[in-house]
Ligand binder design. Structure first.
Ligand code: ACO
Length: 363
């Protein structure tokens, strides 16, 4: 038995492969560096859904229909009330997404894909006492999300940084949230239910919930020269360092470098970012040194979340919204995996070993 299902193969997929020993991510025949920063999120979401959704339009029409889907889900923003605003953004987005009718068709898939890009900015604006901004159907998905957040049309390299991020996290093998989405899909429950399962699983700090606390860590460390002692203290307390370690990667997570490159491209135009980047690089160096000294047998390296935190902070998202931005990209993977699982027709139903008490003998 494997407590965390390590090394258990639970699906056959054509969607993505993660080589943890060599640090290589392949998405539908493309290595990460062939798509991150080169293809738009709409194209990658289309690529992932190809062959899995009936009546899928071509890539150009898909992008146009995604714009229309952003408009179609925008009215859900009316359900953002004070009770919802008291929740963390990820829970708010999940509650709003639950209002999308369950189905297996392209229209449902597009609405689910559009939902976080529209509803997260609306939620964040309402929380700041501002009116939500409606989507612009003809804009790029990443650019439109930023416009709905800030009210300004983003510069191309700023929109490009978010696009790079969404593509980088769009799919990643059988991670916990994707597995959760596939389990639900295997019951023939519908795409909305699968995406809700993905959202619920992604939220935890061991999965997609790590980048918010990374900002708290950087703020706590403050200056590069404090990094090593801060990290030693944290590990002495038994804390885990957010943004480091991975179940599959035994080497550096290739997504970290794709995101670091995007942060560097953006930092040329920003006054605050170079200092933040310098601090993050010092924290990364110190963390690797300390982790290696403490765990020489288990190579722990930086994971996707570390530079995610820097990138999303620079784009203007508050730390408690980072996981919902992650979900904006990963929904593309969840939908494709849910359909792939559904098409097998097979219910996922593993077994457990009972170690509880046996019933007393009947007299
Ligand atoms: N900080 C300190 N110690 C760590 C860390 C870390 N970030 N990661 C692993 N370890 C320790 C474990 O506690 C374990 O120690 P032990 O043997 O003394 O109990 C040892 O290293 C080996 O751990 P693994 O079995 O390799 O790790 P596992 O596969 O269980 O965990 C995980 C992977 C959950 C990502 C872990 O590395 C972690 O908690 N990291 C911090 C949270 C984080 O960054 N999450 C985002 C992951 S990326 C993503 O999901 C999108």
């Amino acid at each position: 038995m494997s407590q965390g299902l390590d090394d258990v193969i639970a699906a056959e997929t054509r969607l993505s492969s993660v080589d943890g020993a060599r640090g290589i991510l392949v998405v539908k025949g493309f290595s990460l560096d062939q798509i991150a920063g080169r293809k738009r999120f709409e194209e990658v979401a289309h690529l992932l859904s190809e062959g899995l959704l009936d009546h899928l339009p071509d890539a150009k029409a898909f992008a146009a229909r995604l714009g229309a889907a952003r408009e179609a889900v925008y009215p859900l923003a009316q359900y953002i009330d004070d009770a919802l605003l008291a929740l963390p953004p990820m829970d708010g987005v999940r509650a709003l997404t639950a209002r999308i009718e369950d189905g297996e068709d392209v229209a449902t898939a597009l609405r689910l894909l559009a939902a976080p890009a529209v509803l997260l900015p609306a939620f964040l604006r309402r929380r700041r006492g501002l009116a939500p901004i409606p989507p612009a159907a003809t804009a790029g998905h990443a650019a439109d999300m930023l416009h709905m957040l800030t009210g300004e049309v983003p510069a191309p390299d700023v929109a490009g940084a978010l696009d790079t991020y969404l593509v980088t996290v769009a799919d990643h093998g059988l991670n916990a949230s994707t597995f959760a989405a596939r389990v639900v899909a295997s019951t023939w429950s519908g795409l909305t239910s699968s995406v809700l399962a993905g959202l619920a699983a992604l939220k935890g700090p061991l999965h997609g919930g790590a980048p918010g606390p990374i900002i708290a860590m950087l703020d706590g460390i403050g200056k590069p020269e404090n990094a090593e002692s801060w990290i030693e203290d944290a590990l002495d307390r038994g804390d885990r360092l957010m943004g480091f370690g991975h179940r599959i990667y035994k080497v550096r997570d290739p997504r970290a470098d794709a995101l670091k490159a995007a942060v560097k491209r953006m930092s040329a135009d920003s006054s605050a970012l170079p200092g933040r980047l310098k601090l993050a690089e010092a924290v990364e160096r110190a963390a690797l040194k300390v982790l290696h000294a403490r765990k020489p047998d288990r190579p722990l390296d930086v994971n996707v979340e570390f530079y995610t935190a820097l990138l999303l902070e620079a784009l203007g998202f508050p730390p408690d919204a980072f996981t919902a931005v992650f979900a904006t990209g990963r929904t593309a993977g969840w939908i494709a995996h849910a359909r792939e699982q559904r098409l097998t027709g097979r219910l996922i139903r593993p077994q457990s070993i009972y170690v509880g008490p046996e019933p007393a003998e009947l007299v």
